[in-house]
Design a protein around this ligand. Structure first.
Ligand code: GLN
Length: 204
C-alpha cells in the first residue's frame, strides 16, 4: 500500500489522516498513514499533507526537527504535497511574517489571517477547477494568496485565490480535512498529473 505522511508537529492531524484514507478508498488505493513529528519518516512517504493550525509554530518545529529539508526533497522528487491553511503559509515562498521561515515549495505569497477580520470562520460553496460540483470550503482565520508566481489558481473566493497548484504541490486557504468531502485530497494525491504517486502495480 501507499505510505502517506501527515506533518504532525501541531494542527488538525487526525482529520487529515481520515480524509486521506477516504480519498484513497474513493480511488481504490490502499494507504497507511504515518504521523510526522521527527526527521527520517518523510523519505518513506509517497504523499504528504501539512495541516492547518498555527503557522509560526509549525514553521518553527519543522525546521528544528529536521523535517523541512525532507519536505523540500519530497517535492523536488515530484511527490505530492497538500498544504492547507497554516500548512499553505509554511509551504509558500512569502508569508509576509518574520516568524515564518517559508519552505518555498509553492510559488505564492500569502497574507495571514486575510479572511479573519470579517468573520472568524465561515463555509462557502467553492467552484474548484477539476471538481464537477462546488466544494464546501471551511475558512478559519484563513490566509489569502496575494501573488501567484509559477502556480495555477484552482479556486478563488471574494476575488482572491484560495486554492493553487504548483506541480506536485496543492495549497488551499481553507480546510478540506474538516468536511466529509475528500475530493480535494483526491485531486491533490490521486488526480494530479504533475505528481508522481506509484502506480498500483508498483506500490509495495
Ligand atoms: N491563522 C493561522 C496562521 O496564520 C492559520 C489558521 C488555520 O490554519 N486555521 O497560522
Amino acid at each position: 500500500s501507499l505510505t502517506a505522511g501527515v506533518v504532525a508537529v501541531q494542527g488538525d492531524v487526525e482529520e487529515h489522516a481520515a480524509a486521506i484514507e477516504r480519498a484513497a478508498q474513493d480511488h481504490d488505493r490502499e494507504v497507511t498513514v504515518r504521523e510526522i513529528r521527527d526527521g527520517g519518516i518523510v523519505p518513506d512517504c509517497d504523499l504528504l499533507a501539512m495541516p492547518g493550525g498555527e503557522s509560526t509554530t509549525i514553521s518553527r518545529l519543522v525546521h528544528s526537527e529536521g523535517i523541512a529539508p525532507e519536505i523540500r526533497d519530497h517535492v523536488a522528487a515530484g511527490k505530492p504535497l497538500l498544504a492547507t491553511c497554516a500548512g499553505l503559509i509554511v509551504a509558500s515562498s512569502d508569508a509576509g511574517d518574520d516568524r515564518v521561515d517559508e519552505l518555498e515549495v509553492l510559488d505564492v505569497s500569502v497574507e495571514r489571517n486575510a479572511f479573519g477580520r470579517q468573520k472568524d470562520s465561515f463555509e462557502a460553496p467553492l467552484a474548484v477547477d477539476g471538481l464537477a460540483d462546488p466544494y464546501p470550503a471551511v475558512f478559519i482565520r484563513a490566509p489569502a494568496i496575494d501573488a501567484v508566481g509559477d502556480a495555477d489558481v484552482l479556486a478563488s473566493w471574494d476575488g482572491r485565490p484560495v486554492a493553487v497548484r504548483d506541480g506536485p504541490v496543492v495549497g488551499t486557504s481553507f480546510h478540506p480535512e474538516l468536511t466529509a468531502d475528500s475530493r480535494i485530497h483526491g485531486l491533490a494525491f490521486f488526480e494530479n498529473e504533475a505528481a508522481a504517486v506509484p502506480a498500483l502495480e508498483d506500490a509495495q
